[in-house]
Design a binder for this molecule. Structure first.
Ligand code: GDP
Length: 360
C-alpha cells in the first residue's frame, strides 16, 4: 500500500508526532498489516461524511480509509555519504510514495538543535541537500549505462536524456518534485531509478502553540516550501490532545484557536499528496470509505473491494454524497432522480456513494 515517509533532522519532533498519530489508531483490527513493523502506523482518514452516512443507513460500524505513515529515522547531515544510518535510511525512504518532512519551528531552549539554532529554512535545505546528493549518486551511476543502452535501443535515448537533465537540475539545488515539470523533464521516464526527490513532498512545521494563530509567521513558513503543501501544528499539544476526553480536547483546541487537531489536517493533506481519493459505501453493517487513485474507473473502484467485483462488473449505482444528504435517504434520492447508473467508462469522483452490480 502507499505510504508517507516521515523524515526530518533529529530533535524536530518526529517521534512525538508519529506516536501521537498512531496512538489514537482504531484501525489496527481492520488493517492487520499495521502491526507488522514498529515504524509503520496506519491511521484512519478523518471523514465526517462517514458519520452522516452511518446515520442515514443506521450502520453499526464506520471504517475510514487507511493512510500509512512510516517513521524513517536516521536522516542527518552526511546521510548520503553513509553518516548515521545512511544506507538503511535510504532503503526505507525509497519505499515511501510521498515524503513528509517535519521541520522544527518551535523555540524551546531546553531542546537542543543539532545545528545549534532554530532555522526552518536551513533545516529544509539540509534535508533537501541530502536527498539531492543521494539522487545525484544514483544518476551518476545510471547515466553511463543509459548512454550505452541508448546506442542500442532508440527508446532508451529519451531516458538517458531525461537522466542528464535531471542531474543538471539537481546540481543546481532544485528537487525534481519542485522543478522537473518547469524544466520540461518527463519524470515518468525516470521512474525505474526510484529517485527520492521525485516523490511528492509535504511539510509539517512544528511550531509553538502561540504561533498557531500568527498568520504572518505561518505564511512566512508556507512561502519556504510552496507549491508543496504545509501543515502547522504543535506536536507537543497534539500528543496531549490524544490523551484527553473529547470535550476537553475540544476546549484545549479552542483555547489555541484551532477547530481540529493538526494531525487530522496532516492525514488529509498526506492522502491528497499521494494522489488518492475515496468513494463511499454504506449499509446496515458498515459505512466505509474506499481508496482509489484520482482518475480510477468504476470497475477499478469495484476491484478495490474485491477482484470478483471488477471481473464481473455490470454497472455502478451512484449518488453524490451531497445529493444523498440533501434528499435524506436513498429512496428519497432515487425519487428525486439523483441516483445514476454508471457503466465501465465512468470516472469515479470523490465522495461518490456507490453500490456495484456484478456477475459472480
Ligand atoms: P525526533 O528526534 O525528531 O524524533 O524528536 P522528538 O519527537 O524525540 O522530540 C525531541 C524533543 O523535542 C523531545 O524532548 C520532545 O518532547 C520535544 N518536542 C517535540 N515537539 C515539540 C514541540 O512542539 N514543542 C516543544 N517545546 N518541544 C517539543
Amino acid at each position: 500500500s502507499l505510504s508517507i515517509g516521515i523524515v526530518g533532522l533529529p530533535n524536530v519532533g518526529k517521534s512525538t508526532l508519529f506516536n501521537a498519530l498512531t496512538k489514537n489508531d482504531v484501525l489496527a483490527a481492520n488493517y492487520p498489516f499495521a502491526t507488522i513493523e514498529p515504524n509503520v502506523g496506519v491511521v484512519g482518514l478523518p471523514d465526517e461524511r462517514l458519520d452522516k452516512l452511518a446515520e442515514i443507513f443506521e450502520s453499526q460500524k464506520i471504517i475510514p480509509a487507511p493512510v500509512s505513515f512510516v517513521d524513517i529515522a536516521g536522516l542527518v547531515r552526511g546521510a548520503s555519504k553513509g553518516q548515521g544510518r545512511g544506507n538503511a535510511f535510504l532503503a526505507n525512504i525509497r519505499d515511501a510514495s510521498a515524503i513528509c518532512q517535519v521541520v522544527r519551528a518551535f523555540s524551546d531552549p531546553n531542546v537542543v538543535h543539532v545545528d545549534g539554532k532554530v532555522s526552518p529554512k536551513d533545516d529544509i535545505e539540509t534535508i533537501n541537500t541530502e536527498l539531492i546528493l543521494a539522487d545525484l549518486q544514483t544518476l551518476e551511476k545510471a547515466i553511463p549505462r543509459l548512454d550505452k543502452e541508448a546506442k542500442l535501443k532508440k527508446d532508451r535515448a529519451a531516458v538517458a536524456a531525461a537522466a542528464k537533465a535531471a542531474a543538471e537540475l539537481l546540481d543546481g539545488g532544485t528537487t525534481l518534485y519542485a522543478g522537473a515539470a518547469k524544466a520540461g523533464i518527463e519524470i515518468e521516464l525516470l521512474h525505474e531509478l526510484h529517485l527520492l526527490t521525485s516523490k511528492p513532498f509535504l511539510y509539517v512545521f512544528n511550531v509553538d502553540e502561540e504561533e498557531l494563530a500568527n498568520a504572518e509567521f505561518l505564511a512566512s513558513l508556507r512561502d519556504l516550501v510552496a507549491p508543496a503543501e504545509a501543515v502547522f501544528m504543535d506536536a507537543k499539544i497534539e500528543s496531549e490532545l490524544i490523551d484527553l476526553p473529547e470535550d476537553e480536547a475540544r476546549e484545549l483546541l479552542e483555547s489555541i484557536g484551532q477547530t481540529e487537531p493538526g494531525l487530522n489536517q496532516l492525514i488529509r493533506v498526506g492522502f491528497r499528496t499521494l494522489g488518492l481519493q475515496t468513494y463511499l459505501t454504506a449499509g446496515p453493517k458498515e459505512a466505509r470509505a474506499w481508496t482509489v487513485p484520482i482518475g480510477a474507473t468504476a470497475p477499478e473502484a469495484a476491484g478495490v473491494i474485491h477482484s470478483d467485483f471488477q471481473r464481473g462488473f455490470i454497472k455502478a449505482e451512484i449518488v453524490g454524497f451531497g445529493d444523498l444528504t440533501t434528499a435524506g435517504s436513498m429512496s428519497a434520492a432515487k425519487s428525486a432522480g439523483k441516483v445514476r447508473m454508471e457503466g465501465k467508462e465512468y470516472i469515479m469522483q470523490d465522495g461518490d456513494v456507490v453500490e456495484f452490480r456484478f456477475n459472480v
